[in-house]
Design a binder for this molecule. Structure first.
Ligand code: TYM
Length: 332
């Protein structure tokens, strides 16, 4: 079985629809076909300034949501990044083969640091993609299911793996990004030219899975649509409607063509009304299951402990190989 690894940050009280459709949905599918490792990346979540109590809650909420969305600890390894110390350890070694200029070219760093300003930008934010590379390479992942916004970080990961392998001898599988085009960039409901994002979207632009379903339905109904009244899939001229069609198709497992046929001759209002109902039906059981997992914290922590142990068994082998190749002597 090919190996897969991916991660998600515990930086909000709920995942949003982009996280689910762009990434987690594929994680769930891939646990059936791959040897799958998924982690809640709490080390990454402290790069922008954070509150410890919120982080603690959000780490558990993230894990509970992943289980509610369909990850099965019998079929995949689900763990918390900080439980596996090898991530930080490998990150250091990789940071020593990463060029300063190379890291400076990361678009996400440039965006986030520009927004934060120089005094609030941490060195951790700068080295963030190197830690992400460590996450991936530790598990010898063949594929990494992510949204479009992670493509550049995946390119860096591949470059670092190749560089290490050729400089110090083979240690890592070269991973590929696994990006499903249709859902790789779910856009903001109020501004369909930008991606739906926890940091950039306005409250009405983002659908949070754990939000009150009625409120989410309202957001769908007030989504910005386009001029004209025909329901067509056209990302350039009708980005708002196209985004709603993408979400609708993904949540109902139907094709865009089927939807276009169903809504032929009907108006934006019909589409929005139906999608808002689909969405409410989708989130309700997820919210219940998430709550169920959070109600039994001991059980949740147990699942994560088992996951960490399975993850460590793999990560420690890669770290040992790395240390050996790089020239560290092992302790007597
Ligand atoms: P994060 O936590 O920001 O997002 C988690 C996943 O959701 C995807 N995503 C989207 N997909 C489609 N449309 C959107 N609007 C949208 N918004 C977010 C992201 O692409 C991501 O796949 N750096 C990563 C976390 C990470 C990681 C890793 C990922 C750390 N280590 C190792 C893969 C492998 C991040 O910030 O994800």
């Amino acid at each position: 079985r090919p190996r897969v690894l991916s991660g998600i940050q515990p930086t909000a009280d709920s995942f949003h629809l982009g996280n689910y459709l762009g990434a987690v949905r594929n994680w769930v599918a891939m646990q059936e076909t791959h040897d799958a490792f998924y982690c809640v990346v709490d080390l990454h979540a402290i790069t922008m300034g954070h509150d410890p109590i919120a982080l603690r809650n959000r780490t558990r909420i993230s894990a509970a949501q992943l289980l509610a969305l369909g990850l099965d600890p019998e079929r995949c390894t689900l763990f918390v990044q900080s439980h596996v110390p090898e991530h930080a350890q490998l990150s250091w070694v990789l940071s020593c083969i990463t060029g300063f200029g190379e890291a400076s070219r990361m678009v996400q760093f440039k965006d986030k640091s520009a927004k934060a300003g120089q005094d609030s930008t941490t060195v951790g934010l700068f080295t963030y993609p190197i830690l992400q590379a460590a996450d991936i390479l530790l598990y010898q992942a063949d594929q990494v299911p992510v949204g479009e916004d992670q493509r550049q970080h995946l390119e860096l990961t591949r470059d670092l793996a190749q560089r290490f392998n050729s400089r110090f001898g083979p240690a890592y599988t070269i991973p590929s990004a696994y990006i499903v085009k249709d859902t790789a960039k779910i856009t903001d409901l109020q501004d369909p030219t930008i991606k739906m994002s926890k940091s950039a979207s306005s409250p009405n632009g983002i659908i949070e899975l754990l939000d009150d379903p009625a409120r989410s339905a309202k957001k769908i109904k007030s989504a910005v649509t386009d001029t004209g009244r025909e329901i067509l899939y056209d990302e350039v001229n009708k980005p708002g409607i196209s985004n709603l069609l993408t979400i609708y198709a993904a949540l109902t497992m139907r094709t865009i063509d089927e939807l276009l046929e169903q809504y032929d001759g009907r108006g934006y209002g019909d589409l929005k009304k139906d999608l808002s109902e689909v969405l409410m039906e989708f989130v309700r059981p997820i919210q219940e299951r998430t709550k169920g997992y959070l109600d039994d914290k001991a059980q949740l922590d147990k699942i994560l402990a088992v996951g960490a142990e399975k993850a460590r068994a793999v990560a420690s082998v890669t770290l040992a190989k790395t240390y050996k190749n790089v020239g560290f002597i092992s302790p007597a």
